[in-house]
Design a protein around this ligand. Structure first.
Ligand code: GRF
Length: 196
């Protein structure tokens, strides 16, 4: 059984999709859901599923980023993860933190990387007049939103799309793509999935 830790910041819809997929013949199981926000709704949901949860509130550390990361790292390492999935995790992790999980940390980003790393990805795609948008699952490396791409799902941008309507359509694809990529990654497959 491949042990997966999921890091969230809010509702954790991607975490919920991943947990829902890690059943039956899926080689992975969630062993911890951790959040940087004690109020993250995803924590209560995960606990109700019987999954261990922990919150390391980044606000408790003020500007002490190293202190926050050190506490989070301790919690994550304590459960001996094989894979760490960032799932709607909205804090930028230092190269030092990431280095503990080289080759075993994944993230989902709501754009067709390398386009639009960072925030406000859907509005940027609309402003650019892009015909397509989508999401990317990639390995996490020290450079933000830049690791090897493991999967992408594309959606058409519609004439009347707003950032919210586009985000909703992309999010539905995220919930399918991330579990499929995690299954392949856990089985040692590194060739990328491309959908749509
Ligand atoms: C999603 O767009 C995801 O791509 C980004 O954060 C958003 C919310 O994710 N990382 P979730 O609902 O918390 O999983």
């Amino acid at each position: 059984m491949i042990r997966v830790v999921l890091l969230i910041s809010g509702g954790g819809s991607n975490m919920r999709a991943l947990v829902g997929a890690m059943q039956g013949d899926h080689p992975c199981r969630a062993v911890l859901v951790a959040s940087n926000d004690p109020m993250a709704a995803g924590l209560a949901w995960a606990a109700a599923q019987g999954i261990a949860t922990v919150a390391v509130g980044h606000r408790d550390y003020g500007h002490d980023r190293a202190g926050f990361e050190s506490s989070l790292l301790e919690q994550v390492l304590a459960v001996n993860p094989d894979i760490v999935c960032l799932a709607g995790f909205m804090r930028i992790l230092s190269p030092e933190f990431v280095s503990h999980f080289a080759g075993k940390m994944l993230n989902i980003h709501p754009s067709l990387l390398p386009k639009y790393p960072g925030l406000h990805t859907h509005q940027r795609a609309l402003d650019a007049g892009d015909a397509q948008a989508g999401c990317t699952v990639h390995e996490v490396t020290p450079e933000l939103d830049a690791g090897p791409i493991l999967g992408q799902a594309r959606v058409a941008v519609l004439a009347d799309d707003t950032a919210d309507t586009l985000a909703a359509r992309v999010l539905a694809q995220e919930h399918k793509l991330y579990p499929a990529v995690l299954r392949r990654f856990a089985q040692g497959q590194r060739s990328r999935l491309d959908w749509g």
